[in-house]
Design a protein around this ligand. Structure first.
Ligand code: GAL
Length: 422
């Protein structure tokens, strides 16, 4: 079932939303109370989120954790929408990418320019990032980190057992997958959920088609590109991966797939670097217990996913919200959070000496790809297109992954129409 991540709602709900905005103002959070809606519930995610909770408690605020389980955040966004419509918005929520604009358009987000100006955010963030955090030129959200999505994680012991190498191209990927299969090891750990299917799909698209193809297809939503020969190659390469996943993959949570690689039950996982947070939480060392590498064919490209929090309008004391926004962009928190989360800081000019080689590679590539134009937004993680289009495209890709009858040409036609979803 497609989760509609958009805040925009039919006319009657818009009226409800407007009413909710006033009701919310009336039932303002007490000074110092801070209810935060997020979806960081796995080992690494929860550890990283607890750093934010501790920071706010040290400032004397009461942190009310409203965590909605479900990787990728679709469930959390559904809960958030129902809470706002019923006039019970949290003080802050994990909202990111184009949906920030949708929520701001509903008139329910607070302006945090005073914090942004006092803390000089414009000089501390890449413009491409600060623009996403603003609505009509005013800050309404604060960025937390930068996740790279186009990663491949591998268990070196499993590769050794299979006498296989870490793949850098898709041909090598399938050779390695075949060797792992022969060695009796699940080649690819996967969770059959729409956002995970698309996370894999977009890395294949980037590796097979390249950054220009990716942007034309998934940012410009160009019909000819969505229906072209390269897209057909992307889809057939993507579907071939399924042959190397296990029969219990359907519905599996992403962090349980990561655990399969940690334990050596599986050899590889295609996932963003929040997966590194799971390896780190399990006490694993990069380069020794696990390997990180760009997803095949994507070493000179970077799919970004920037987590952020938006503040909802509350009446009365907004100090807790402003302290939250300032804390998130502080150097200490930026370092502490990403060390646990597997991401890199979004704040510029941070000291990376405490970070591991995977993070240092991510930081280097983030800067380089911003210059070459190979820095692309993740569709799967709400960076590229409006939520309604994202949801429709995820449905098509998951239908194709799960169907034995749907052809690549069928999927291409469906992607082209999904791109027109309003
Ligand atoms: C992403 C989110 C990450 C991570 C991942 C798995 O959308 O931006 O922070 O939590 O989902 O839940």
């Amino acid at each position: 079932m497609r989760q509609d991540r958009s805040a925009s709602a039919p006319r009657f709900a818009r009226r409800l939303l407007a009413l909710a905005a006033t009701v919310t103002l009336a039932t303002a959070a007490q000074a110092g109370d801070l209810e935060v809606l997020h979806y960081w519930t796995s080992g690494g995610e929860a550890k990283a989120a607890s750093a934010l909770k501790a920071t706010m408690q040290q400032k004397g605020h009461t942190w009310k954790d409203f965590a909605v389980a479900g990787g990728g955040g679709d469930a959390a966004m559904t809960v958030l929408k129902s809470r706002v419509v019923s006039g019970n918005a949290p003080a802050a929520a994990q909202i990111k990418g184009p949906s920030i604009q949708e929520w701001a358009r509903e008139g329910v987000l607070a302006n945090i320019d005073d914090v942004a100006k006092a803390e000089k955010w414009d000089s501390l963030l890449p413009k491409a990032v600060s623009d996403v955090m603003k609505y009509k030129g005013n800050y309404v959200a604060v960025p937390v980190n930068v996740h790279r999505v186009n990663w491949l994680w591998a268990n070196p012991e499993a590769l050794k057992k299979a006498n296989a190498k870490l793949p850098t191209t898709w041909d090598e990927f399938f050779t390695t997958a075949e060797a792992l299969k022969k060695a009796g090891i699940i080649p690819v750990a996967h969770g059959g959920q729409a956002w995970q299917d698309f996370t894999t799909f977009e890395s294949v698209a980037l590796g097979v088609g390249g950054a220009d193809f990716y942007k034309k297809a998934f940012v410009q939503l160009d019909a000819a590109t969505l229906n072209g020969a390269t897209m057909e190659k992307v889809l057939t390469t993507f579907k071939k991966i399924k042959d190397y996943t296990d029969k219990n993959a359907n519905g599996r949570d992403w962090n349980l797939a990561t655990a399969m690689v940690i334990k050596g039950e599986a050899g590889m996982q295609l996932m963003g670097d929040w997966a590194k947070g799971e390896f780190v939480a399990a006490g694993k060392v990069p380069g020794k217990d696990f390997l990180c590498a760009a997803a095949p064919g994507t070493a000179s490209a970077y799919t970004f996913n920037i987590d952020s929090f938006a503040m909802f309008k509350v009446k009365g004391d907004t100090k807790a919200q402003k302290d939250l926004a300032a804390a998130i962009m502080s150097p200490d928190f930026q370092e502490q959070f990403s060390l646990n989360k597997g991401s890199i800081p979004v704040r510029l000019n941070m000291d990376m000496s405490k970070f591991d080689d995977c993070a240092k590679l991510s930081s280097k590539d983030f800067v380089e790809t911003a210059k070459t134009g190979a820095l692309v937004p993740s569709i799967a993680h709400g960076m590229a297109v409006p939520p309604a289009v994202e949801g429709a495209m995820k449905d098509v890709v998951s239908q194709f992954w799960n169907s034995d009858r749907m052809t690549a040409k069928d999927a291409m036609a469906k992607l082209a129409s999904a791109a027109k979803t309003k």
